[in-house]
Write a protein that binds this ligand. Structure first.
Ligand SMILES: [Zn+2]
Length: 241
């Protein structure tokens, strides 16, 4: 990334300014895509975006390149049109199979490392997932799962976190706020917490594998996608997990 500073006088050089702008634009566009405010398949006009976000074309192009590398936008065609990545069953299958494997590794590494204050945080986050406000509930859910990765090193936990965020895009698009499903998920979270508290890493791993893989199944068999597509990669990952 083009971030640099003048070492002699500490005055930021132009590339630093561009780098900061790129990061800001990247964060903002990423948030809009993950929250579904920029819809899957939506065409992005660089001219319009640079106006709306009040940035020049260079940091915008760089931010779009980062989003493309992350798989959130695609570009192509004679006019290098940039669109928000569409959601698809095959992408959902590979995304959730990767999540199943990585979250299982993360929890395996994390269970022995958890401390009393981690359990307290998880309990509080679980209470948070019951909140009526969907955004607060989603944030608490995110924090709960983040604790389950604290024992995993950077690359592994970062990748798992990124996949978690991408998976939220599917949850947002494919599920309604279903009370029965929420209840099932709450019970699964409680069982995961209990296994962690017992330091039973095998049980914790089995539970997180089911938690993730079963969500994929729910998403793939939601009414909107009949006839159902069976998640083949997820099934493999679940068996391996
Ligand atoms: Zn969960």
């Amino acid at each position: 990334m083009a971030i640099s500073a003048d070492a002699d006088d500490g005055v930021p050089s132009a590339p630093l300014a561009t780098g900061v702008a790129t990061q800001t634009v990247h964060n903002e566009l990423r948030r809009l895509i993950l929250e579904g405010k920029l819809a899957p398949g939506a065409e992005l006009s660089q001219l319009e975006l640079s106006r709306q976000l009040n940035v020049s074309r260079t940091p915008l192009r760089e931010a779009l390149r980062l989003l493309e590398r992350e798989g959130l936008v695609v570009s192509g065609g004679p006019h290098r049109l940039v669109t928000v990545s569409a959601l698809s069953m095959t992408d959902l299958d590979s995304l959730y199979s990767m999540r199943t494997m990585l979250e299982s590794l993360c929890i395996w590494l994390t269970v022995p490392a958890l401390r009393d204050d981690d359990f307290a945080r998880m309990e509080e986050d679980l209470r948070g997932t019951h909140l009526k406000d969907p955004q607060l509930s989603q944030e608490a859910h995110r924090r709960f799962h983040a604790v389950l990765r604290v024992g995993a090193e950077g690359r592994l936990s970062e990748q798992a976190e990124r996949l978690f965020e991408h998976a939220e895009r599917y949850q947002l698009a494919y599920t309604r706020r279903d009370v029965t499903l929420l209840d099932v998920k709450h019970k699964e979270h409680e069982a995961i917490l209990e296994a962690c508290r017992q330091r039973d890493r095998e049980q914790a791993r089995d539970l997180i594998v089911d938690h993730v893989a079963d969500t994929a199944m729910v998403l793939m068999t939601s009414e909107r996608h009949a006839p159902f597509v069976l998640p083949t990669a997820v099934k493999m990952a679940k068996a391996a997990g």
